[in-house]
Write a protein that binds this ligand. Sequence first.
Ligand code: EPS
Length: 391
Amino acid sequence: MSFSFTTAGESHGRALVATIEGLPAGLPIDQDFINHELWRRQQGYGRGGRMKIETDTVQILTGVRHGETLGSPVAIMVENKDFKNWLEVMAAEKPATPPERDRKVIRPRPGHADLVGGMKYDRRDLRDILERASARETTMRVAVGAFAKLLLREFGVELASHVVQLGEISVAQPDVAWDDIKALYDDTMLRCADKDAEAAMIKRIDQAGIEEGDTLGGIFEVVAKGCVPGLGSHTSWLAKLDGQLAQAVMSIHAVKAVELGLGVANAKLPGSQVHDEIVYDAETHSFGRTANRAGGLEGGMTNGEELRVRGYLKPIATLRKRLRSIHIETKEPLEADFERSDVTAVPAAGVIGEAMVAQVLARAMREKFGGDSLKEMKRNFDGYVKQIAEY
Ligand code: EPS
């Protein structure tokens, strides 16, 4: 038994869709929660005009009845409100006459999928690449992630994220406690725990966006609290949860590096200052660690500490300050294409990071505890928790 999903949809097409397989039957589905997660992804200072057009709302098409999963594939959809402005350009049917404004893209943006995608798929209108390469796709990852979060919640696992760096501005104290991160869950600015740093980040976004026509990257951190020890496995490279998390988070648009725990800083330190020492609490009969520099993972398995995963984003590739490019037909040098864009999407990427970490954990939980119904899965889980307590 596993958990998997596929997304489909173009940024300015009719709708975005996803199918999810592997949810157990009998899982309560709270649509308000899913929509709230979608709302969270749309927040954040530095977003562009598109977010004023869209109010992402999920429609559940299959696999759920009377508020509970059936154990069958779940199909979901989010409509693109902007589609009404792109009816002719994005129509599935071949137009009888070419649209008045064809919105053809022939000036590939450096750092985007435009040029390589056009070459590989042999498309001469780079919109055929841009539409699917767009980070709009992450709407469905967040919707799927909400289903994964609803499953994880049944087993006491919660996720949240925060921004630790924007452009060159970092929080003063990077090890932010879970409660302080959780308190930012519905924040609409930068979900940054350090308010002085956040004020500086906002200024920097204004400077980059308004004055310079530029874009900014940064770093988000996702924390998952309440994971049972032993998700993932040391026995095979594909089974290692750290590898799976890296792949899942790296697949988010513009993420160029993934860090687990204090992985980057740890590379510069001697082992005695890196490894979290093991302690035992005789009263609660449980093992613990003196610190969590490993970010909750040892040997490719969760160790019961908070899971901490960071995603490093490069700046968005659509810039008002246009970079040099080449006309794909005439091969003349010109400036790259620009329609409209965000200045930064680091806070949104954190929400997407939560969704991707949630789906990796949901898959690991489904693989470990199986069960066709939630009840059966919980029975298996309880047996394992007892085994751990008796160890
Ligand atoms: C994106 C470009 C912008 C962003 C978009 C991602 O869209 P548009 O071209 O319509 O202005 O707003 O993000 C979303 C639509 C979203 O929902 O996150 C891109 O090129 O990646």
